[in-house]
Design a protein around this ligand. Structure first.
Ligand code: 0A1
Ligand code: ZN
Length: 849
C-alpha cells in the first residue's frame, strides 16, 4: 500500500499521548468483504501530556458514523487517521467503520485465511481495524463482542458470554492495541488444562482448522512445559482463566503473543513425526515458549514505543533460549543459537542494513523485526547476566516485574533495574544498544616467568550513519589448558572496557593454551593467530563444549578459505581431528553432527571479504564440495560403523537424544552419497517412516542427481499437506546444483501449487533461492533478476514479505564488479516500481545506501 509520503519517525521525538484510554468496547459484525466494527472508547486527558491534540490512527477504514458523548461529530480524516475537536475532560467516543477482511492480502489488521477470520496487529495493524491511538503506551482493558455465523469466535481474555450468532470476551488486563486478537471460523480444539503454582486451573485450547487436529499434541505439551518453566525459573504465573493458541495458514511471521490468544503460523505449531522434521519440532517448542513467555515480558510489561522493541524481544528470545537449553542439550542449543546469530545477525550487522539494537529512527517499523533487535538483543541480555551473576540476575528480574508490572517501559528502565540491584554503573554497557556493528577483538599473548598475558584490542567498525565507535564493556570468558589437556585456569570472565587491555595469569608452570570467548560470551568476531595444531588440540581437549566445536569450525574455515584463494590449507589436521572426534565414544552424536557440518558458503564469503578478497560464490561452492569429498574419503572406514550405531529401535520421539542420532546419521549419509552416488540415500528414503530421514535422504538424492522419481512420489503423497509441500519446494532449490537453482525456482514459481499470497509458499521458493548462494549469485545475473521481479510482483500484495525478501541482496557490496552492478540494477528496478510500498522502498534505499 503506497503511503503518500513515508515519514521518518525519531526516538528523540517521543511525546506522551494526549489522551489515555480507560476502557474499550468493540463489536464486530463479521462479513468477508464488509465487516462492521463498532467501537466505544472512554478517553481521559493524560495529565503528563504536552498537548491536547486528539488524534486517532486509522488506515483503509470507511467511517460510517462517529459520536462524542452521544452527539454526532464530523472528524477530519487523512490517510493516517483522524482529528476532531474533543472536550478537555473525560468523554466517550463511539464510531462505526467498515473494513474488507477478504481483500486484505497484506495480512495485517483483520484478514481471512482459508475461510477463517484472523488478526495481526503488531506493530501497527490495529489502525486497520478501527480508529484508535495505536501506540503501545496506551493501555486499556477490552471487551469484545463478535457477531457472525462462524461456529467458533474468539478474542483475548476470558469468555464472558455467548449465544446464537455471538460471543463475548473480556480481557481485564490493560493492554496496548497491538496485542488485540480476534479469530472466527470452523475450528477444532485440542483441550487440556494446567494448574498454576497457586493452584488455579487454566483451560488450554489449541485450535486448528478441521483436518489438522492430529498435529497438536506436541504443541500442547510444549505449552504446558513452558508454563511450568516460567513458574519455576522466574516465578511467573499465568493470569487468565484460559490460554488459547490458533494455527493459521497465512501468516507473515512465526507467531504472535496476543494476550491470552496467541496466533501461530501453522509452520510454527503443527507437528507430527510423519510430516515434521526434528528441527521443526525443536523450533515449534521454542516458539510456543517464546510467545508464552511474552505474557510477562511484553504483555504485562510492554514497550513505551517501538524503539524499545528489543526490551520485549531480546529478553524473550533470551528466555526461550534458556528454556531450550533446559529442555534439551545446553551445549548443542548454544552452538545452534550462535550459528543462527552468525548466519543472520552478523550478516546484517556487517552490511548496509546494520542498525542499533535500539534504533534512533525508522520509516516502517515492520522492517525492524530483525535479527539485530531479536538475536543480538538476546546476546546483550546474556552478557548482562554474565556480568551481574546468576543471583543478581534473578533479583533484578524480580525487581523488574515488581516495579514495572502494568507499565509501558523503556530499555533505560530495564538497565536502571540492574543498576539499582547491583549498584553498578551500566552506562558503558548501554553502548551495546546504541552502537551498531559487530565488534572485532584481536588477541595476542605472551608468556614469561610463569606469567601468561593476554592482550585484547577491541574495535567496532563504522556502520551506516555511525562512525568512531567507543570501546564497549565486553565480557570475555577465558579458560587456560596446559599442553596435556588439563584445565589449569578454569573459566574466568574478563571485563574488557578499553580499546586495548592486558590481563595477566600468574604462577603457571608452562605456556598454556587459551580457550577464548567460551560459550561465545559476547557477540564479537575474535581473531588470534592460531596454528592448526592448536585448533586441533582444542577440538580434542577443550572442556568448554562450545569452544570445542568452535575450534573445529575455525579449522574448517581455514581449509575452505585456503582452497578458494589457492593456498595450502590445514586439510590433514582438520580431517584427522574430525576422525578422532567421530571415534570418540564419549562425545554426543548431536555434537558430532554439528562438528561434521561445514561452515556455510555465505559465512566463507564474508570471511574472504573481511580479508580483502572479492568472494567468488562458484569457487566457494566448489571448495565446499571438494572438502566434502575429501572428508568422505578420509572417513570412509568410520562412517558405516558409526552410521549403524545411529539406528534407533524405539518409536520416534523428537527429543534431543534421538534427534542427535538422526542428525549424525544424515550427516554421514551426506558423505556416503559422495562415495556411492546416492545408493544408500535411496535405501534410506525408501523405508523412512519419519520426515527427518525422508527429507534428509531426499536432499542427498537431489545432490546426487537421482531424485526425479522420489520427488514425484513425494509430491503425490503430500500434495494435500501445505507444510510438507513447502518442504518439497524448498529442498529442490536449496540442494540444486548452482547452475540449475534459478531455473528450478523459476519453474516452481509456475507450478500450480505455487501461491504468492501465502507467505510460507513464497518463502519456500524465494527464501530457498537466497539460501543457495552459488545459485542465487549465478554469474549471468539470472538469480538477481528473478528475485527482483518477484519482489516487485509481491509488493502490492504483501509489502511486509516483499520488504523482508530484499535482504537477499544485503551482501551486494562484497561481490565483484559485474555482480555488484547487476545487483544494483535489480535493486534500482525494484525502487522504480510504480506505487512501491514504503516497506520495500525503505529497505531498498537502505541497502543501496
Ligand atoms: N511479536 C512477535 C513477532 C511478530 C511481529 C510482527 C508481526 O507482524 C508484523 C507478527 C509477529 C514475536 O516476537 O513472536
Ligand atoms: Zn517475540
Amino acid at each position: 500500500m503506497k503511503d503518500a509520503s513515508p515519514q521518518t519517525i525519531f526516538l528523540a521525538d517521543y511525546t506522551p499521548p494526549a489522551y489515555l484510554v480507560e476502557d474499550v468496547h468493540l463489536t464486530f459484525r463479521l462479513a468477508p468483504s464488509a465487516t462492521r466494527v463498532i467501537s466505544r472508547i472512554r478517553f481521559v486527558p493524560n495529565p503528563d501530556a504536552k498537548s491536547r491534540d486528539f488524534f486517532l490512527h486509522g488506515q483503509e477504514l470507511t467511517l460510517i458514523r462517529a459520536t462524542i458523548d452521544g452527539a454526532e461529530v464530523t472528524p477530519e480524516i487523512t490517510e493516517a487517521g483522524l482529528t476532531c475537536a474533543v472536550p478537555d475532560a473525560p468523554f466517550t467516543w463511539e464510531a462505526e467503520v467498515e473494513i474488507d477482511p477478504a481483500g486484505n492480502t497484506a495480512l495485517e489488521g483483520l484478514y481471512m485465511s482459508n475461510g477463517m477470520y484472523c488478526t495481526q496487529c503488531e506493530a501497527e495493524g490495529f489502525r486497520k481495524i478501527t480508529y484508535y491511538p495505536d501506540r503501545p503506551d496506551v493501555m486499556a482493558p477490552f471487551t469484545v463482542r463478535i457477531e457472525g455465523d462462524a461456529p467458533v469466535m474468539l478474542s483475548n481474555g476470558n469468555p464472558t458470554g455467548e449465544g446464537r450468532g455471538w460471543a463475548e470476551w473480556t480481557d481485564p488486563w490493560p493492554k496496548p492495541a497491538y496485542l488485540f486478537a480476534l479469530v472466527a471460523g470452523d475450528l477444532v480444539a485440542r483441550e487440556d488444562s494446567f494448574v498454576t503454582m497457586s493452584g488455579k486451573e487454566v483451560a488450554l485450547r489449541l485450535w486448528t482448522r478441521r483436518g489438522d487436529e492430529g498435529k497438536t499434541a506436541f504443541g500442547m505439551e510444549a505449552l504446558k512445559k513452558s508454563m511450568r518453566w516460567d513458574e519455576e525459573v522466574y516465578g511467573r504465573e499465568y493470569d487468565l482463566d484460559i490460554f488459547q493458541i490458533v494455527a493459521v495458514s497465512d501468516f507473515n511471521m512465526g507467531a504472535m503473543e496476543n494476550k491470552g490468544l496467541n496466533i501461530f503460523n501453522t509452520s510454527a505449531v503443527l507437528a507430527s513425526p510423519e510430516t515434521s522434521t526434528d528441527a521443526n519440532f525443536e523450533r515449534i517448542e521454542a516458539i510456543i515458549a517464546h510467545e508464552y513467555f511474552h505474557n510477562w515480558t511484553g504483555n504485562r510489561i510492554t514497550c513505551r514505543d517501538w524503539f524499545q522493541l528489543s526490551l520485549k524481544e531480546g529478553l524473550t528470545v533470551f528466555r526461550d533460549q534458556q528454556f531450550t537449553a533446559d529442555m534439551r542439550s545446553a551445549a548443542v542449543s548454544r552452538i545452534e543459537d550462535v550459528m543462527a546469530l552468525r548466519g543472520r545477525q552478523f550478516r546484517e550487522d556487517n552490511g548496509p542494513l546494520a542498525h542499533q539494537v535500539q534504533p534512533d529512527s525508522f520509516v516502517e517499523i515492520n522492517n525492524f523485526y530483525t535479527a539485530t533487535v531479536y538475536e543480538k538483543g538476546a546476546e546483550v541480555i546474556r552478557m548482562l547476566k554474565a556480568l551481574v551473576g546468576d543471583d543478581d540476575w534473578r533479583r533484578a528480574l524480580d525487581l523488574y516485574f515488581d516495579r514495572h508490572d502494568g507499565q509501558a517501559c523503556t530499555i533505560d528502565d530495564w538497565l536502571k533495574v540492574f543498576e539499582d540491584t547491583t549498584g553498578r554503573d551500566l552506562s558503558q554497557f548501554r553502548l551495546w544498544y546504541k552502537q551498531a556493528g559487530t565488534p572485532r577483538l584481536t588477541v595476542t599473548d605472551d608468556f614469561a616467568e610463569g606469567t601468561y598475558t593476554l592482550t585484547i584490542k577491541q574495535q567496532t567498525p563504522d556502520t551506516p550513519g555511525q562512525t568512531d565507535k567507543k570501546p564497549m564493556l565486553i565480557p570475555v570468558a577465558v579458560g587456560l589448558l596446559n599442553p596435556n589437556g588439563d584445565e589449569v585456569v578454569p573459566t574466568r570472565v574478563l571485563e574488557v572496557t578499553e580499546a586495548e587491555q592486558s590481563f595477566a595469569f600468574e604462577g603457571l608452570a608452562a605456556k598454556p593454551i587459551p580457550s577464548l570467548l567460551r560459550g561465545f560470551s559476547a557477540p564479537v568476531i575474535l581473531t588470534r593467530d592460531t596454528s592448526a595444531e592448536e585448533r586441533a588440540f582444542l577440538l580434542a581437549h577443550d572442556t568448554d563444549p562450545f569452544n570445542r566445536w568452535e575450534a573445529g569450525r575455525a579449522l574448517a574455515k581455514d581449509v575452505l578459505t585456503a582452497k578458494v584463494t589457492g593456498r595450502d590449507g590445514p586439510e590433514r589436521p582438520y580431517l584427522d581431528a574430525l576422525a578422532a572426534l567421530l571415534r570418540d565414544e564419549g562425545a554426543d552424536p548431536a555434537f558430532k553432527a554439528l562438528a561434521l557440518r561445514q561452515p556455510g558458503e555465505d559465512d566463507i564469503a564474508q570471511t574472504l571479504f573481511d580479508a580483502g578478497h572479492s568472494p567468488d560464490p562458484d569457487r566457494i561452492h566448489d571448495a565446499a564440495e571438494t572438502l566434502k569429498q575429501q572428508a568422505a574419503e578420509h572417513l570412509q572406514d568410520i562412517i558405516p560403523r558409526l552410521a549403524a550405531e545411529m539406528t534407533i529401535d524405539a518409536p520416534y520421539a523428537p527429543d534431543a537424544e534421538q534427534s542427535g542420532k538422526r542428525a549424525l546419521r544424515l550427516g554421514l549419509l551426506d558423505l556416503t552419497t559422495r562415495l556411492d552416488g546416492g545408493a544408500e540415500a535411496e535405501a534410506v528414503h525408501a523405508v523412512a517412516d519419519n520426515m527427518t530421514l525422508s527429507l534428509g535422504s531426499l536432499g542427498c538424492l537431489i545432490e546426487a542427481g537421482r531424485a526425479e522419481a522420489a520427488l514425484a512420489a513425494f509430491h503425490a503423497r503430500w500434495q494435500d499437506d501445505a507444510l510438507v509441500l513447502d518442504k518439497w519446494f524448498t529442498t529442490q532449490i536449496v540442494h540444486a546444483a548452482p547452475g540449475d537453482a534459478v531455473s528450478i525456482a523459476e519453474r516452481l514459481s509456475r507450478h500450480p501449487d505455487f501461491n504468492m499470497k501465502n507467505p510460507n509458499r513464497f518463502r519456500a521458493v524465494f527464501g530457498a533461492l537466497a539460501m543457495n548462494p552459488a545459485g542465487f549469485h549465478a554469474a549471468d545475473g539470472s538469480g538477481y533478476r528473478l528475485m527482483a521481479e518477484w519482489i516487485a510482483r509481491l509488493d502490492p500484495v504483501n509489502p511486509q514479505i516483499a520488504a523482508r525478501m530484499t535482504t537477499a541482496f544485503e551482501t551486494w557490496r562484497r561481490y565483484d564488479g559485474d555482480r555488484k552492478q547487476m545487483i544494483r540494477g535489480a535493486l534500482e528496478g525494484i525502487a522504480r516500481t510504480p506505487g512501491l510500498s514504503s516497506d520495500s522502498g525503505e529497505m531498498v534505499a537502505r541497502i543501496l545506501g
